[in-house]
Design a protein. Structure first.
Length: 235
């Protein structure tokens, strides 16, 4: 029976893990899923419905009505890519707040993420993935300084989302606040595991991050075929 491999890429917000994880998946020919996109999409659904008080039964009733499709960094709702609508830091903070609620995490993990991961080789990217995949084949943890991540996020706002009114100071404060929420939450707090391969990419390019990750995968599983031309080419 062919083995299915699961690679997880953990790390704080704006650490470049989504782009790096997607390129690793393409290099290996694996499926890819950003759990952050899943959490943000359902936070967006609740926001779209005008929900301000997160009552479990009411929220789950709404979440069951929304069907999203995830392809790379794209998020489709009713055949429209809404990824740009989910790129704001305010929504990320709302998703991080919701992620502290056990019913929210349990519903998404059970109904969306775990079925997506099942029976396939996949690169799974997000924050605090231990509860979803307790024993992955490779566990990466990407980290950067808050300043490096704020600069990365500011460039992303302009290039990807066309947002020009964000300031580095505000983004820095928002990332710092989200870090505190992720690190200190009781459910799946964000931190490296004992077996995590930690990569600090504050001062290195994305292509070098991806290559380091692929070398680690190759060393552990030399039987896997790797397309070494993919890193650095994904937009």
């Amino acid at each position: 029976m062919k083995k299915n491999y699961v690679i997880v890429v953990n790390g704080p917000g704006s650490s470049g893990k989504s782009s790096a994880a997607l390129e690793v998946a393409k290099s290996l020919g694996f499926s890819f899923l950003s759990t952050g996109n899943v959490y943000r999409s359902y936070a967006w659904a609740l926001q779209k419905e005008g929900i301000q008080k997160y009552v479990k039964n009411k929220c789950i009733e709404i979440m069951q009505r929304y069907k999203f499709e995830y392809y790379g960094k794209s998020i489709f709702y009713k055949d429209k890519d809404i990824a740009k609508d989910l790129g704001y830091e305010e929504l990320a903070l709302k998703a991080a707040s919701l992620a502290q609620k056990s019913w929210y995490r349990d519903w998404i993990n059970t109904n969306i993420i775990l079925p997506y991961v099942k029976n396939k080789s996949i690169v799974l990217e997000g924050r605090g993935l231990t509860e979803i995949v307790p024993n992955p084949d490779v566990d990466f943890f990407l980290k950067s300084t808050i300043f490096a991540r704020a600069n990365r996020r500011l460039r992303q706002y302009v290039k990807r989302y066309g947002i020009h009114d964000a300031t580095l100071d505000n983004i820095y404060k928002q990332i710092k606040k989200r870090d505190s929420m992720d690190i200190n939450r009781k459910l799946a707090p964000l931190r490296p595991n004992p077996n995590s391969k930690v990569i600090n990419n504050s001062m290195i390019k994305r292509v070098d991050t991806v290559r380091r990750m692929l070398f680690i995968v190759h060393k552990r599983f030399p039987e896997l075929k790797i397309d070494w031309k993919v890193p650095g080419t994904t937009k």
